[in-house]
Ligand binder design. Structure first.
Ligand SMILES: C[S@@+](CC[C@H](N)C(=O)[O-])C[C@H]1O[C@@H](n2cnc3c(N)ncnc32)[C@H](O)[C@@H]1O
Length: 373
């Protein structure tokens, strides 16, 4: 069976999230290939696109291939729509001229079905017309026909992003979809306990809770702890199913965290750590080097603590920032030191690390994945 994934803004991270998630779900791939913003995969096992799209943070849609057996594209789509039990045929066609859409609509009408052709604008068009539930969203790529099996739950992400009660506009928040990708990159199945020791206002904790993890969050700032608590309580208030998951959030310096958490009790640690003072672009090299040294000390002490709290085989997905000022990169080269503390680097399929950088930003986040020996 062949599937097509439409990737989000950070395709290199989305791919790794998909590959790790499919492996975790026990879906072995016989082949995969990236073409720009798309990833094609083949597997002998079926992929449940609807369930998978409730999990992934970096994929916009997943499509299933339809074998058209030498039929014309129009005939293949008409036949697929007619084989569905609903009488009224509402469909959208992407990747082909609207003339083809209109000729499909005409063919359906002449076969006795009420039919409506919707032109593709964006995912919202698909969502509002319930085209995934009704198997009516078709995509033609390189002459092959696909039908959509799942789209990103955009409204759920937007709701959490804009309606949450705890909001810290000063210390910056991790984009929720990136938070979700980072959690999925750890490849740890639920039930399991996730720790975010730099939890800020709890963006990552909310995503972890939604994915079914028991959560522990900590931060050195009382304000952050209060925001995280509010957000988690709000989320649990909205969804009864989340109330069975344990959540503990408290104030603590990451460098002393193991005194509050049982040894060998955490399955995964995922976080965006403190990344230094916000940069304006005029900072001199000596300031950047000093800051990089301070962060190196903080992160390495944090890894000493992680090693005590994690179960053997526990996973850490961690961001090490690097700074770009006046065409020069200042990095924090601590990977070898982390490895000497009893961790292994679990490389991604295509890269050792994954870089996330928004255009115009002086900071890039480099995501690493470690496993405790
Ligand atoms: C980049 S923010 C994390 C933002 C968070 N991912 C979110 O989306 O809200 C870093 C956080 O680390 C916290 N922090 C700084 N130094 C710390 C330390 N030594 N121990 C624990 N937390 C610390 C800050 O208070 C801040 O909330």
């Amino acid at each position: 069976m062949k599937y097509l994934f439409e990737l989000g803004h950070q395709p290199h991270i989305s791919i790794e999230e998909i590959l790790t998630s499919l492996e975790m779900e026990g879906v072995p791939l016989t082949w995969h290939n990236r073409d720009g913003n798309f990833l094609s995969v083949e597997s002998d096992k079926a992929i449940d696109g609807t369930t998978l799209m409730q999990k992934l943070g970096g994929t916009l849609a997943v499509f299933e291939h339809i074998d058209r057996q030498d039929k014309k594209i129009e005939d293949c789509i008409v036949q697929t729509l007619e084989s569905d039990s609903s009488h009224k045929k509402i469909f959208c066609l992407r990747g082909k001229d609207r003339k083809i859409g209109i000729s499909i609509k005409k063919a359906l009408k002449s076969n006795g079905y009420p039919a409506r052709f919707i032109e593709y604008k964006n995912t919202a068009t698909i969502f509002h017309n319930k085209l995934v539930e009704n198997a009516g969203y078709f995509f033609v790529k390189d002459g092959e026909v696909f039908v959509c099996r799942g789209i990103q739950p955009l409204e759920q992400f937007a709701h959490k992003d804009s309606d949450k009660p705890g909001f810290d506009r000063y210390s910056g928040m991790l984009p929720p979809k990136l938070a979700r990708m980072m959690i999925n990159l750890a490849g740890v199945a639920t039930p399991a306990t996730l720790l975010d020791p730099f939890c800020g206002s709890g963006v990552l904790l909310m995503e972890a809770l939604d994915l079914g993890y028991h959560i522990i969050g900590s931060d050195i700032s009382d304000r952050a702890v209060e925001d995280s608590r509010k957000n988690i309580q709000w989320r649990k208030g909205e969804h009864e199913s989340l109330r069975n998951l344990s959540s503990e959030i408290f104030c603590e310096d990451v460098q002393k965290l193991s005194r509050k958490i049982e040894p060998d009790s955490i399955d995964l640690i995922t976080c965006e750590p403190y990344m230094g003072k916000p940069l304006r672009g005029g900072e001199d090299v000596s300031f950047l080097k000093r800051q990089a040294q301070e962060l190196a000390t903080l992160y390495l002490t944090a890894f000493d603590e992680f090693s005590k709290m994690l179960v053997p085989g526990g996973v850490v997905v961690f961001i090490i920032p690097k700074f770009h000022i006046r065409e020069r990169w200042t990095t924090i080269p601590i990977v070898d030191d982390i490895l000497s503390k009893g961790f292994e680097l679990w490389e991604f399929e295509n890269d050792k690390s994954l870089v996330y950088q928004r255009s115009g930003q002086h900071i890039a986040r480099e995501i690493f994945r470690f496993v405790k020996n």
